[in-house]
Design a protein around this ligand. Structure first.
Ligand SMILES: Nc1ncnc2c1ncn2[C@@H]1O[C@H](COP(=O)(O)OS(=O)(=O)O)[C@@H](OP(=O)(O)O)[C@H]1O
Length: 379
């Protein structure tokens, strides 16, 4: 088993040995994408041309790569990330959730927890010490690796020299899926698990009840393709047609679910609904998982509550409205505030009929049959 990725920067009691610099806990394009290269879309054009593809909606297409259906926009970055990513010796923490399953919230919670030694989550001060989550979108604090790699990067010799020291610090990054192929749902072994996620990485995932996930995705994607509108039926059927990004979604979910059961020190599986219902317990789980459990003193001082407050939808939405252009540089057409909508469980009931819901529930229950996995019911 690989060493705990956090061991070099935490004490035996699991407390952080010192402040973790913001720049060192996130992945950045310059230190990971490396070298002067063609943009991945050019570099992989010939391979992409050979991949099976299909229309996902009238305005979006997916390609099949490494066992999953990936949106065209994300494919070159996904390929570059899978081929070039090197985990640091100190280990990396990878957040890997299906789209619209609570990724933004998980990024904020994980970032605020990991960076609390440097940035006090309760501080509202200005200047350098101002908390990044009070001035940036969580997707800027923990960017998607696929987006970073798609943007390319140039590694200067100075940066290369610095890698020696930076290799000793851990990072948080995110991607839609870390494992090239999730282990088979029912016949997994611990060897599959070790091979399924990269050595030296631990992974956290947040999954959401698919009916709410689809409603969220529909709202989000329609903001992006304005003035066009994607009919809801296209988004709804994307589950049945394996056209939702990272489909088949049950393989993604079961892959992580199974891994979390076998190697709980390497995969933390969270459900969006559970985090909404009991945020304190789940933030504590995140802190333990990344090797920085809260001390009694921190708990008494209310740091967990401060993190929850800082990462609340209302707070993040307000920060996103004031976000710098950094995020827009990476994902030009996505307005920062579009990642925050209602943040409630059961919104699907406002859009779909009970018959549609029943058919979807039955379909998914069959996929998850025998796995021990089920979605958490409404609050
Ligand atoms: N802080 C916080 N607390 C609770 N809920 C939150 C938070 N931030 C985002 N959200 C809700 O998460 C939904 C978006 O999912 P993702 O963040 O995974 O989207 S993305 O894949 O990163 O684009 C989307 O859900 P819906 O409101 O149902 O659309 C967001 O509103």
């Amino acid at each position: 088993m690989p060493p705990s990725p956090m061991s070099s920067t935490t004490t035996a009691a699991g407390q952080s040995t010192g402040p973790v610099p913001f720049k060192d806990i996130v992945v950045d394009a310059a230190t990971t994408a490396g070298g002067e290269r063609q943009p991945p879309a050019e570099e992989y054009r010939d391979i992409i041309a050979t991949l099976p593809h299909k229309q996902s909606t009238p305005f979006t297409r997916v390609h099949e790569y490494d066992g999953a259906w990936i949106l065209d926009d994300w494919l070159p970055g996904t390929m570059a990330f899978r081929r070039r990513f090197e985990a640091r010796a100190a280990g990396d923490v990878v957040l890997a959730s299906l789209p619209k399953c609570g990724t933004t919230w998980l990024k904020a919670l994980a970032f605020a927890t990991a960076a609390r030694g440097r940035y006090d989550p309760s501080s509202t001060g200005d200047g350098d010490r101002r908390h990044p989550l009070r001035r940036l979108n969580p997707h800027e604090c923990v960017p998607f690796a696929e987006v970073v790699y798609n943007a390319g990067g140039r590694r200067s010799s100075t940066r290369r020299r610095r890698r020696g020291s930076s290799a000793r610090t851990r990072r948080i990054l995110s991607c839609q899926r870390l494992s090239p192929r999730a282990p088979p749902a029912k016949s997994y072994t611990s060897l599959d698990v070790t091979m399924g996620i990269l050595p030296l990485c631990v992974s956290m995932t947040s999954e959401m009840q698919p009916k709410d996930m689809l409603i969220s995705f529909w709202h989000f994607i329609n903001k992006r393709i304005k003035p066009n509108t994607i009919p809801f039926s296209d988004i709804w059927n994307s589950i049945y047609n394996d056209a939702y990004p990272e489909s088949p979604i049950w393989e993604h979910i079961l892959g992580y679910w199974n891994m979390s059961k076998i190697q709980s020190d390497r995969v933390l599986f969270l459900k969006y609904e559970d985090v909404l219902r009991d945020p304190i317990t789940n933030v504590e789980k995140i802190a333990e998982f990344i090797g920085q459990p809260f001390s009694d003193a921190e708990k008494e001082a209310g740091i967990v509550e401060s993190i929850m407050k800082l990462c609340s939808l209302e707070n993040l939405k307000a920060s996103a409205m004031n976000s710098t252009s950094n995020y827009q540089r990476l994902m030009k057409e996505v307005p920062s505030e579009s990642f925050f909508r209602k943040g409630v469980v059961g919104d699907w009931a406002n859009y779909i009929t009970p018959d549609m819901a029943e058919r979807m529930d039955k379909f998914l229950a069959e996929k998850f049959h025998g796995s021990g996995f089920s979605f958490t019911d409404c609050l």
